[in-house]
Design a protein around this ligand. Structure first.
Ligand code: SAH
Length: 213
C-alpha cells in the first residue's frame, strides 16, 4: 500500500478541481487532500483514482465521485464527535472521510463481499469506524439511534421512514432520491414529526437495493 509524492500531487489537483466546482468547507477539502483514494480502488484503476469520477469497485458497485462525496459531506456539517450513520459502505472512502473529520461512524453495507473487504481494509489504513454492519440500510440501525446525521450513498427510490425517525432533533439526513436520476435531498429534523426539506440538484448513484442477499 504505497502513497507516493506523485499520488499526493495528483490529490492536491483533485482538491482544486472539487474546490472550483463549489466546495468551500476547508475541513472536507483537507480530508480529500489527505486520504489516499487510489488505495480504495482495484489496482487496474490506479491511474484514474484522482480524476473527479466514480469508478467500479467489487460486486458491481462504484466508489462515488469525489465531488459527490465532498458535496454530501459538506451538507452534513460534521462536527467532531458527531454520531453518524452511513448507508452503503462500499469501498469505505466516504467512511474514511467521516472518520477523518472526527465523527463516530456507523456504516451499513448490503453486499457481503464488500462488507468483508472493507472491514479488513479500513483499519489497516488507520480509519476506525465505530461499527461496520452487514445488513439492510433501509432499516437504519435502531439499536444505535439516534444519530446526529445520516448519509445515504446509493440512489433511494423513496425516503425510508426508519432513517427519518433515527435522527436526533436538529439532525440531518442527506439522501439522493429518485430512480434513474436522483435529487440530492437534505432533511433537518425540527421536531418529533417536523422535518425541513431542501433540494440540491441532480446526481447519479447506483441503486439502494431492496430484498437482496
Ligand atoms: N460510500 C461508498 C459508495 C458505494 S456505492 C464509497 O465511497 O465507496 C453504494 C453502496 O451502497 C454499494 O456498496 C452498495 O452495495 C450499497 N447498498 C446498496 N443497497 C444497500 C442497502 N439496502 N443497504 C446498505 N447498503 C446498500
Amino acid at each position: 500500500m504505497k502513497d507516493t509524492f506523485k499520488h499526493k500531487g495528483l490529490r492536491q489537483q483533485l482538491v482544486n478541481i472539487v474546490k472550483n466546482k463549489g466546495i468551500t468547507d476547508e475541513a472536507v477539502l483537507k480530508s480529500i487532500g489527505k486520504i489516499p483514494r487510489h488505495l480504495f480502488m482495484d489496482s487496474g484503476f490506479l491511474e484514474h483514482a484522482y480524476q473527479d469520477k466514480a469508478f467500479p469497485i467489487a460486486a458491481d458497485q462504484t466508489i462515488s465521485q469525489p465531488y459527490t462525496v465532498a458535496f454530501q459531506t459538506e451538507l452534513l456539517q460534521v462536527k467532531k464527535g458527531d454520531k453518524i450513520l452511513e448507508i452503503g459502505t462500499g469501498s469505505g472512502y466516504q467512511t474514511a472521510v467521516l472518520c477523518d473529520l472526527g465523527a463516530k461512524v456507523y456504516s451499513i453495507e448490503r453486499q457481503l463481499e464488500l462488507f468483508k473487504k472493507t472491514s479488513k481494509f479500513l483499519p489497516k489504513l488507520g480509519y476506525r469506524a465505530k461499527k461496520l454492519v452487514f445488513g439492510d440500510g433501509y432499516k437504519g440501525l435502531k439499536e444505535e439511534a439516534p444519530f446526529d446525521s445520516i448519509i445515504v450513498t446509493a440512489g433511494a427510490p423513496f425516503v425510508p421512514k426508519p432513517l427519518l425517525s433515527q435522527l436526533k432533533i436538529g439532525g440531518r439526513l442527506v439522501i439522493p432520491v429518485g430512480d434513474d436520476v436522483q435529487v440530492m435531498t437534505l432533511f433537518i429534523r425540527k421536531g418529533t414529526k417536523d422535518f425541513e426539506q431542501h433540494e440540491y440538484g441532480e446526481f447519479r448513484f447506483v441503486p439502494l437495493l431492496e430484498d437482496k442477499n
